[in-house]
Design a protein around this ligand. Structure first.
Ligand SMILES: [Mg+2]
Length: 121
């Protein structure tokens, strides 16, 4: 299984990467949505994407919309991981096409539970 981690915070990318590696995922990183779209075009295709909301260049919400608008990327699981804690924000992300939503700060178990919920672990 492959996972893509998109976050403008290097420590967050590292923490998420360590957890996913422990679970047996091959991981790749991007520091904003635009870079992530470039990575997707280069391949290989991830099974699951963890995406932050607030990032420069292209934020997580725009990224999700772009991926869900593109038939080449159908079937990829997207988990939004963010400090945005308002219920309306969660609804915006889910209606844009996120499969699940995890609030920062998160514990390892919280991330693992969400990955189980979306069926990639
Ligand atoms: Mg951020």
């Amino acid at each position: 299984m492959r996972a893509m981690i998109i976050d403008d915070s290097r420590p967050i990318r590292r923490i998420e990467g360590e957890i996913l590696s422990e679970l047996g995922f091959d991981t790749c990183d991007a520091c904003h949505g635009k870079e992530a779209l470039e990575r997707l075009q280069e391949g290989p295709r991830p099974d699951v994407i963890l995406v932050d909301w607030n990032m420069p260049e292209m934020d997580g919400l725009e990224f999700i919309k772009a991926v869900r608008d593109d038939a080449r990327y159908s079937g990829m699981v997207i988990l939004m991981v963010t400090t945005e804690t308002e219920p309306e924000q969660m609804l915006r992300a889910l209606s844009a096409g996120a499969d699940e939503y995890l609030m920062k700060p998160f514990a390892k178990d919280g991330l693992v539970d969400k990955l189980k919920l979306v069926g990639v672990v």
